[in-house]
Design a protein around this ligand. Sequence first.
Ligand code: SAH
Ligand code: DHB
Ligand code: MG
Length: 218
Amino acid sequence: MNQELWNSVDSYIAGKLVGEDLDFVLKASDAAGLPPIAVSPAHGKLLHLYARAIGARRVLEIGTLGGYSTIWLARALPEDGKVITCEYSARHAEVAKANLQAAGVAGKVEIRVGAALDTLPQLSGGEPFDLVFVDADKENNPHYWQWALRLTRPGALIIVDNVVRGGKVAAASDEPMIVGTRALYDAVAASGQPATAVQTLGVKGYDGFLIALRTDEA
Ligand code: SAH
Ligand code: DHB
Ligand code: MG
């Protein structure tokens, strides 16, 4: 582990390629007392690039926090695009709302407050999503995977954060977060959808993303 080195490389990447214009969102979330667990700037930009690369118009996010990843995703969409983001905490949602306003994307984002497993069913029958970013309570990841399959169009990307957790994922564990994450891998593998996971190092330590392409008609 060399966290200092990873931090300095993340600063270098941010300085060269990402920019600092959304750092105010992280600062505002910090000042409001939210935990510092938003995606890193480099990874926010990665989500943004995925959304742009597939021409996403509708994005579903599970886990808003202060809206940092939400804003990166919203910025990738056309004027009439939409991010629907699910957040359990009314307080986090309030902080996010202010950040979305300040970033100029409030018009493209709807926050659904409540436990995602309660609010996701309300999205059934709506226009399908082009991209789903799952980043909430890891215990429920296998359920979120099923909802992502239900609510997307064929060709959609489904991305899940925190699927490596310092390497803990590769060993059986009774931590609910790890149990949920391993059950996610099993569900993705069983679904037959093309998928992989990428291990990441940086300001958020050692973790990773899972990326799946939803190909089958549901
Ligand atoms: N995606 C954000 C970080 C999300 S942190 C970013 O990168 O900027 C995880 C968030 O999920 C927290 O705000 C937490 O309150 C929320 N969360 C936890 N359990 C949830 C649930 N059951 N339904 C919806 N949101 C939940
Ligand atoms: C943590 C990091 C995350 O990206 C997240 O979504 C939840 C928790 C953490 O480091 O504790
Ligand atoms: Mg996360």
